[in-house]
Ligand binder design. Structure first.
Ligand SMILES: [Zn+2]
Length: 440
């Protein structure tokens, strides 16, 4: 009762209302067999089993606290899930642009371009001090476009099931002499709604690329010779839902054939090696009933195939969490050999090394199929954005799973936004240098 009152008060005073995960924990099992863990946990619960991460060495899964003693081999990684969730939401007092989130004001907040010295840095320092909701992120994108009108264009990729805009930022110095082929790097974040650190990192990349152009040699070189297409929030409906209803939501919010279950896993929806759903629509990995059924993947396909067809995509970087891994294609099968493997491995290890040099953090390099478990269970890696982009559009493609290694999992506290941004921006610079290397 007391808790209900506190929650209600929290909602009334403007805090974020979200599904309650009191008495839930996250267990780690030392096995690479995700099917075994699903069966073990599924025996005791009717709810879909929420696998947090897996790799060849371990599987992390959310479980009710009452089960922990009965599940042999469970190492508790997160003891108080509800408290860990609460610490990821920002203090409303730290909003970078007032009057954001003040729904009582019907006026759209006025945003003015920043002068390019201290106020840009000050705004970004506040912006990156906390995770930000969709409205704040989209206003920040507007601000970047207003401040850097010669470099930035916001483009509409498509609309979501709930009618939200899916936005891409096209960054380019439009230097036709130095980039006659429209060489492009594409970066996506937030395909999975709860992986907030991927969203903040994509925004961090935007801030560094723009602030450095005409100031630093490297950024000037990159933007003169490369175009960047960055989608910080690939799954706007899911992202909004993690702020308003359920911090641990993963899929989009699309209606399925089963009325009680919403959401398709966008990263199983792309039309490359797509396999039909073995899972029920309630499952976290539900792929839909046909390729590109998820509106986000379908819109993305149209956008890059039509609106962007003359751009030559040299690099694709998909930001996820967590595990600290650099994953190279393919996800769907370990039998499928990627082209140019030697150079792809050089790129992947180079990205990991660039991160280690910045922060000392270890990121493991492995094939996406091993990470997904599709070597053991066919179908687990089907229809991924990485495979689709690598096969159809991008010469080089990797997925980065960002921090951490499981202490917070998806619930990384906001103090890590900038450190993760910095270390992976080191990797992005390596990626740009790799693509611009004339010997390749
Ligand atoms: Zn993910």
């Amino acid at each position: 009762m007391r808790k209900a009152i506190i929650l209600l008060l929290g909602c009334l005073t403007g805090a974020y209302c979200s599904k309650d995960y009191t008495n839930q924990r996250v267990c780690r099992f030392r096995t690479g067999d995700v099917g075994e863990v699903r069966r073990k946990v599924g025996k005791y619960t009717e709810a879909p089993v929420d696998i947090w991460t897996r790799n060849p060495e371990f599987v992390d899964v959310r479980v009710p606290a009452s089960l922990v003693d009965r599940l042999e081999g469970c190492e508790v990684m997160i003891d108080d899930l509800q408290e860990t969730i609460a610490q990821t939401y920002p203090d409303p007092a730290t909003q970078p642009f007032l009057p954001f989130n003040d729904n009582s004001q019907s006026q759209v907040p006025e945003v003015r371009p920043l002068d390019l010295t201290s106020s840009l840095k000050a705004t970004n320092d506040i912006f990156f001090s906390q995770f930000r909701d969709l409205e704040t992120i989209y206003t920040w994108l507007d601000l970047m476009q207003l401040t850097f009108p010669d470099l930035v264009k916001i483009e509409l990729v498509g609309q979501t099931f709930e009618g939200r805009d899916m936005k891409a930022l096209h960054i380019s110095a439009q230097n036709q002499n130095l980039n006659p082929d429209k060489k492009t790097i594409i970066i996506t974040g937030g395909v999975h709604a709860r992986e907030w650190i991927g969203v903040s990192t994509a925004c961090y990349f935007i801030s560094r690329l723009l602030a450095g152009y005409g100031v630093n040699k490297r950024e000037t070189r990159y933007l003169d010779r490369l175009d960047f297409l960055i989608v910080p929030v690939f799954n706007p409906d899911g992202y909004v839902y993690t702020w308003s209803h359920d911090r641990l939501w993963r899929k989009n919010r699309q209606q399925t054939f089963y009325p009680r279950c919403f959401g398709i896993d966008i990263d199983h929806s792309f039309d490359f090696q797509w396999t039909g759903a073995q899972d029920f629509p309630c499952s976290e990995d539900y792929s839909g009933e046909a390729p590109f059924e998820a509106l986000e993947s379908e819109s993305w396909n149209n956008y890059i195939s039509e609106a962007k067809k003359e751009y030559t995509v040299h690099g694709y970087l998909d930001l996820h969490s967590y595990s600290q891994e650099v994953l190279y294609p393919y996800a769907y099968s370990c039998d499928a050999l990627p082209r140019d493997l030697e150079n792809l491995l050089e790129l992947s290890y180079g990205l990991a090394k660039a991160i280690r040099r910045k922060s000392g953090k270890m990121y493991h390099v492995l094939s996406s199929c091993e990470d997904r478990g599709s070597d053991l269970t066919p179908g687990l890696g089907s229809g991924s954005a990485l495979d689709y982009m690598y096969h159809h559009r991008a010469h080089w493609g990797v997925q980065l799973k960002l921090r951490d290694t499981g202490n917070h999992g998806f619930l990384l506290p906001p103090k890590f936004i900038t450190p993760v941004g910095k270390e992976t921006y080191g990797a992005l610079k390596y990626f740009c240098d790799f693509i611009l290397n004339p010997d390749l």
